[in-house]
Design a protein around this ligand. Structure first.
Ligand code: DAH
Length: 330
């Protein structure tokens, strides 16, 4: 009994099956209940007794080979069926899957940056680990000013008395050191203060600084710019007002209040939102700008505060806990 030609014929047909349905059909034709190979096995009983063991062994080996060939072809055909029917065009634009969202503070920061970009401001950056010169001295802050106190500012235990910047005003100095006027920058970033966390305080938070230096810049320019940005950010009905204040790096200095349906929702007509003023001549002198030639304004405000007003959030700590039940709402 020569099973080899039969086996080879079966193997060739399995290999040639063009798809899974064809493979099933060929499989049935050979090793199904009425298959050609099955018939061979049935003939075994007709063989003389002494030939049966050897023939049986051969048939079983062949059967194992056929089963393996079927599995192999099936795997090939399944892979083929899973592949796209048409060639993939790798030059097509990607489809972005919305895997998550931006943090509300990032959203607010990006909105503020977008508004300032429209009117020609560039984003500037500076280090969070600063020196006293950029955080205080260059900003005309006297050595005995309370903000410099150990109780208010985090100092690093290094010989150069480095600190964690307590405001983004440091970036004003760094930007002016790097370039000649005109300057039009905003600087969003993280700042640090020695506060105990509560509903409205956290030892680290975010500010955005603005600086504009050119010839004949006025308080009117400052007011117009702030009004434009806050209307974009908090709605067309937003109004702003300036109140006299004191900062060592501006003269005159103001605090900015704003009023809108959002403030009324919080039970107040006016809410304080930012500090600002006309850059002090001593600050210009520190960076080598001639105060007779150059004028400018600067402002700074807290990003958390804006986000809290915008989204009616009453506890600042929610921003830092990364609880998805909170984050999903934005
Ligand atoms: N640095 C101030 C603060 O942290 C905010 C500020 C006030 C920034 C007046 C300025 C400014 O640039 O001119 O409270």
């Amino acid at each position: 009994m020569d099973i080899e030609p039969l086996k080879q014929a079966a193997l060739a047909e399995f290999k040639a099956a063009p798809d899974l349905a064809a493979l099933d059909q060929v499989k049935g034709a050979w090793i199904g209940p009425h298959g050609k190979f099955t018939a061979l096995m049935k003939q075994l009983g007709a063989l003389p007794k002494e030939e049966r063991p050897a023939a049986g062994k051969l048939i079983n080996q062949a059967k194992t080979e056929l089963d393996a060939a079927i599995s192999e072809r099936r795997a090939e055909l399944e892979l083929k069926a899973a592949l796209p029917k048409e060639a993939t065009d790798f030059t097509l634009p990607g489809r972005r899957r919305p895997l998550g969202k931006l943090h509300p503070l990032t959203q607010v920061t990006e909105d503020i940056v977008r508004s300032f970009r429209k009117i020609g401001f560039a984003v500037a950056d500076g280090p969070e680990v600063e020196d006293e010169y950029h955080c205080f001295d260059a900003l005309n802050t006297p050595a005995d000013h309370p903000a410099r106190d150990l109780q208010d500012t985090f100092y690093l235990q290094t010989r150069e008395r480095l600190l964690l910047r307590s405001h983004t005003s440091t970036v004003q100095i760094r930007a002016m050191e790097k370039q000649r006027p005109p300057v039009r920058i905003i600087a969003p970033g993280r700042v640090y203060r020695r506060d105990n966390p509560d509903a409205t305080h956290n030892p680290t938070f975010h500010q955005i600084e603005g600086l504009y230096v050119d010839r004949k810049v006025t308080v009117g320019d400052l007011k117009g710019t702030v009004e434009f940005v806050f209307k974009e950010l908090l709605g067309e009905e937003t109004r702003i007002r300036f109140r006299p204040h004191y900062f060592s790096y501006t003269e005159p200095s103001f605090e900015i209040d704003f009023s809108s349906p959002l403030t009324r929702k919080m039970g107040k007509e006016w809410l304080e939102i930012a500090g600002c003023g006309m850059v002090h001549p001593r600050v210009f002198e520190q960076v080598g700008y001639d105060p007779e030639e150059w004028t400018g304004w600067a402002f700074g405000f807290g990003i958390e505060r804006v986000a809290m007003i915008r989204y009616n959030i009453t506890d600042v700590r929610l921003f830092y806990e990364n609880d998805v039940r909170f984050l999903r709402q934005f």
